[in-house]
Structure formats: C-alpha cells, structure tokens
Design a protein around this ligand. Structure first.
Ligand SMILES: CC(C)(COP(=O)(O)OP(=O)(O)OC[C@H]1O[C@@H](n2cnc3c(N)ncnc32)[C@H](O)[C@@H]1OP(=O)(O)O)[C@@H](O)C(=O)NCCC(=O)NCCS
Length: 325
C-alpha cells in the first residue's frame, strides 16, 4: 500500500499588511523587519473570517486538482493552533463547508508543526488500511492571537491555509516517510498564556492581552535551527537519499535567517530552499502546505520530484516529511 499526493491547494486572505503599515502601529522599521526576518508583507483575515473559512477553499482547490469528490474523502485532519472555536474541531467545520459527508474529521494541535503532524497521522491511518482518501490541511488566523502592540511578535505572523489530498493505492510511493518529535519542557518559550483552563478568560486577562502569543525569540531561533536540521538529516538517512537527489526543500516559513542557518548546517545551498516569507510571513501550520501548493502550481517541481519538508513550532514540536510528487 502506497500513498500518493493527489492534489494541493491554498487560500490566502486578500488584505495585505505591509511593513510600512506596521511602522505606523509599533516602533519598528521596514529595514529591521526585512533584515531580521525577510518578511515584507503578510495577509490578514478580515473580521469574522475564521480558520475554516480559509481552510475550506484550500481543501476544495486540492480536491479539484486531485479530481476527487468531497464525498470520497474518508479523513480530514486540520493542523491549527488558531481554531474556529475550542470545539467542535475546525476540521468538523471544514467537513460541513465542503460537503465531505463521509469523512471522519478532527484537529491536531502542534503549533507550526501541525501540518507535518497531520500528514504523519494521515500516513499511518492510510497505511493501516482503514481509510483510502485523506485531506490534510494547515489553517491559521494568527492575527487573532497577536498583541498588536508587541513589536517583537506582531511583525512575524500572517494568516492563510494550505491543503493536500492523499490517496492510498498501488502506485509509486508519494509519502516516503514522516518523522515527528516533541519536547514539552520548552513549552514556555513559545505559547499563548491565557484563555485555556490555566488562565481563564476574565476581563483582566483580555485587558492585559494574555490571550496573545508570547515568544522567547532568541532561544526559539537556536532550537528551531538545530531541530529542523536534525529532522532533515533523519529523513534523508532513513530513506538512503542524499541532498543532491532533492528537487527542493520546503521548510516552515518562520524567518529567512532560520532557513539560511538550516541550509548552512546541512551544507546545502540556500537556493534549494523554497521561501515565500517575503509575501506571507509566518503562517504557522499553514506555511508548508501553502508553499508546497505554490511549488506545484508554478511548476517549480513536477511529478517524480523529491521534496523534503521540515518544520518547527511551539511545544516544542518539529519534524520532517520526504515526499515524491
Ligand atoms: C523574533 C526574531 C526575528 C528577533 O530577531 P533577533 O535578531 O533575535 O532580535 P532580538 O530579539 O535579539 O532583538 C534585538 C533588538 O531588536 C529589538 N526588536 C525586536 N523586535 C523589533 C521590531 N519588530 N522592530 C524593531 N526592533 C525590534 C529588540 O527589542 C532588541 O532591542 P534591544 O537590543 O534594544 O533590546 C528572531 O529571534 C526569531 O526569528 N526567532 C524565532 C522565531 C520563530 O521561529 N518563531 C516561531 C517558530 S515556529
């Protein structure tokens, strides 16, 4: 039993927030943001637009590319840390919006690693033979958990969604392997302190913006580089593949300096690494499937090409997936 990538899709909100816009909101500059992150602009979901509103069109695009009807989908996994609600899951809202009436639907919470975690779970469900067709989606509205007065975080993130359709069958393997990891001892380096059962919603919590994400940027940066490089090495080693066999690496889009440092640690040319950070910033769990869809639709990689995806996120969580289109 092999698993093919049958289709990809993405959906970005239309509203653009540029570095120049941010200069008017906090003490920052276009030069600082570009030099430290590589980000020029990001997309922001309008009021009332939730994660499933972005996920559903991305999923429909992926299904259309795969030539698969919504009723044929057996499994929907949405990686998100900005769900529509605590419950039901965002995946259930997506199921209803796209009419995937026969699917089992649930979310996976692994922050920016949510898509690779979802891909790994879907891989195992499909290999187990229980399901044939899966939709794996990364969808985020990080603008809803940003403190727009905190210059150290508000310049980094954006909203969006990306999706892939996986199909189990007899063809050549599409997912060669997935590897996922966690380290809960570093939870306090990147998290949203309030709104859960620890710090419950109170007027004070909202006034103090404790619902917003907080990050120790420097330490997160260092761990992200090492973890992504490790996850990349494991994927190559387990498959007996060398970097020269890769068409490209599609990394989580957090910071261009992280991508450069990962490339350096692996001894690879940075040009092998796809980046759309300039246009979208960090869209958390959505960043890899958005990037993958761009790569596919723009013909930057074609059927048969090997692509390595590597991720890192709050938790900490990290991982990799080696795929053949
Ligand atoms: C957040 C990040 C871009 C900050 O870059 P950095 O080079 O580490 O910058 P520092 O945090 O050391 O801050 C340097 C200075 O810039 C200032 N600064 C921070 N944000 C700023 C902004 N938006 N504009 C202007 N100055 C800013 C800091 O206050 C600090 O000033 P100080 O030296 O006077 O104290 C970087 O640490 C990073 O990308 N971290 C990891 C992010 C990540 O991967 N997150 C998600 C994982 S999924």
């Amino acid at each position: 039993m092999n698993i093919q990538i049958a289709g990809t899709g993405r959906h970005l909100p239309e509203d653009v927030l540029t570095n120049a816009d941010l200069e008017k909101m906090v003490a920052t500059s276009n030069q600082w943001i570009v030099e430290r992150t590589g980000i020029h602009e990001r997309r922001i979901a309008g009021k009332g637009v939730c994660a499933s509103d972005l996920a559903a069109p991305a999923a429909q695009q992926a299904l259309a590319a795969a030539g698969i009807k919504p009723e044929e989908v057996d499994l929907i996994i949405v990686g998100t840390s900005t769900p529509d609600m605590y419950f039901p899951s965002t995946a259930c809202f997506v199921q209803a919006k796209i009419g995937a009436v026969n699917a089992v639907a649930f979310d996976v919470l692994a922050a920016c690693s949510g898509f690779i975690y979802g891909l790994s779970m879907a891989e195992n469900f499909l290999k187990g033979g229980k399901f044939k067709t899966a939709l794996v989606i990364g969808a985020e509205v990080y603008s809803s958990i940003i403190n727009w007065e905190d210059r150290t975080t508000c310049v980094l993130f954006g909203d969006g969604a990306g999706a892939v359709v996986l199909r189990a069958g007899e063809g050549t393997p599409g997912i060669l392997s997935t590897h996922i990891f966690s380290d809960g001892t570093k939870a306090g380096d990147l998290y949203t302190p309030g709104g859960g059962s620890v710090n419950r919603f109170t007027p004070e919590l909202v006034t103090m913006k404790k619902y917003a994400l907080t990050m120790k940027g420097n330490s997160t940066f260092k761990v992200a580089v090492k973890s992504m490089a490790d996850a990349a090495r494991i994927a190559l080693e387990k498959n007996g593949v060398s970097a020269s066999d890769l068409k490209m690496v599609v990394p989580h889009q957090a910071n261009q300096r992280i991508i450069s440092a990962v490339a350096k640690q692996l001894g690879l040319d940075e040009s092998l690494f796809y980046s759309n950070l300039e246009r979208y910033g960090n869209t958390a769990a959505a960043s890899i499937p958005i990037a993958l869809d761009e790569v596919v639709r723009e013909g930057k990689a074609v059927k048969g090409d090997l692509i390595l995806m590597v991720t890192f996120g709050g938790g900490f969580t990290w991982g990799s997936a080696l795929i053949r289109l």
